[in-house]
Write a protein that binds this ligand. Sequence first.
Ligand code: ZN
Length: 174
Amino acid sequence: MFGKKAGKTPDFKKLEDLYYAAEDARKNAYAPYSDFRVGAALLVRPNEDSVLPINKMYTGVNIENASYSATLCAERVAFAKAISDGILNYDIGENPFVAIAVSAGDEEALPCGTCRQFMSEFAPEIIVVTKADNEIRIRNLKQLLPESFKLEKEDEIEEKAPEYKPFFESEIDK
Ligand code: ZN
């Protein structure tokens, strides 16, 4: 039912737990302007041979800014934490990002358009867990963003990378 390559299908209980981790993270949100506090919890499952522990979780919160456009959403913060922690540098297998839960308390919070696009870069079929009317809701990002924007990656277009030149090369030669 869920992403085939994502390894074992996460069971509902685990996804529910992930949601409660997102809900718990909300307390750390920085939302002085909207008071709309959002928490996210990202479940990463490396492959079995990885040096990383199976099932790692990264939380995120929304971080607002006086200049509204500089605001960060909880989902992107969670991904940024995982990636800055080096998650992409380990042999973690295909589709290590299994699921992301998003909580805004009593209101259901689905990822905004920017976050959908952001997440599709790393996990186009990630499971998105929310809660509405007291029920856990489970969707696939592919449902939320059926045709994401994509660019061919450098190694896919077989273009030789330009030779790296130190910025101050001319100075170094002197
Ligand atoms: Zn967002």
